[in-house]
Design a protein around this ligand. Structure first.
Ligand SMILES: CC(C)(COP(=O)(O)OP(=O)(O)OC[C@H]1O[C@@H](n2cnc3c(N)ncnc32)[C@H](O)[C@@H]1OP(=O)(O)O)[C@@H](O)C(=O)NCCC(=O)NCCS
Length: 227
């Protein structure tokens, strides 16, 4: 019988981190990846993770038993691919690094990825395909809607609501009880003390709205994600 296979969508830095997250919990997993245009470097580095290249995302046909995660940092791109793969009835995995802590009362929808050092507290709910990067902390009762991303060391207090496709940058702090709108962006190192409107970007301490960042095809303001 063949080993269970995890197919990673993407070939960037976060895809390689995702390979390590998956293997930390299940060393026996066979890994593969799909990407529309992997660079030579990406192909070489993914091979070092023993992940077979299966071609472009659109041409990938899942084999029986395959599970999948989307390891693309940009929330809009992730949402688009997730919608397409959901139509194909792809089964999405939930990945939690062995060195992350997720309380048993937390709910993680399919496609969620939790990196090493992350701490997820009581009664947190993550929608599908949320990424929680290294050492991010999420306080009790927080709701993180689908496709949002928390970058390394983001610190989200309790009872926060984070909208779909929101992007919380590295080292940002969000105070308790606040709501970050759909597609909003919190800059690196910001301290968010007020609600953040949908699609807006805030930076600084205390966080204030900055100029609009480049809009993506779905019309939501969002920075270029290096992963
Ligand atoms: C907030 C952010 C998204 C804005 O991106 P952007 O629109 O490309 O912003 P720019 O680089 O054009 O900067 C615009 C202005 O905002 C300022 N600015 C940018 N990011 C800032 C931040 N995090 N805090 C304070 N000011 C910031 C810039 O200094 C610049 O000010 P100026 O006009 O006075 O020179 C981005 O700077 C950021 O914080 N990204 C974090 C990414 C991250 O978490 N990386 C880790 C990946 S794992």
């Amino acid at each position: 019988m063949s080993l269970p296979r995890l197919v990673i969508i993407g070939a960037g830095g976060f895809a390689r981190e995702t390979a390590e997250i998956a293997r930390s919990a299940r060393p026996e997993l066979a890994l593969a990846f799909v990407d529309d245009a992997p660079t030579e470097d990406a192909l070489r580095l993914m091979a070092l993770h023993d992940a077979a290249y299966l071609g472009a995302v659109n041409s990938w046909q899942p084999s029986p038993g395959d599970t999948c995660v989307i390891a693309i940092g940009d929330p809009g791109a992730r949402a688009t691919i997730a919608a397409r793969l959901t139509e194909q009835a792809v089964t999405f995995a939930v990945l939690v690094h062995a060195d992350a802590t997720v309380t048993p009362s937390a709910v993680l929808e399919p496609g969620v990825i939790v990196a090493p050092g992350a701490r997820v507290s009581a009664d947190v709910v993550f929608g599908g395909h949320v990424h929680v990067d290294q050492n991010a902390t999420i306080g009790h009762d927080t709701r993180v809607r689908a496709h949002a991303r928390l970058n390394p060391a983001a610190c989200v207090s309790g009872t926060v609501t984070i909208g779909e496709r929101a992007y919380i940058s590295a080292g940002a702090v969000v105070l308790q009880g606040l709501t970050l709108g759909r597609g909003s962006v919190v800059g690196a190192g910001a301290v968010v003390t007020r609600d953040v409107p949908e699609g807006s970007t805030v930076v600084g301490v205390p966080a204030r709205r900055s100029h609009p960042v480049g809009c993506t095809s779905d019309g939501l303001a969002r920075p270029q994600d290096p992963t």
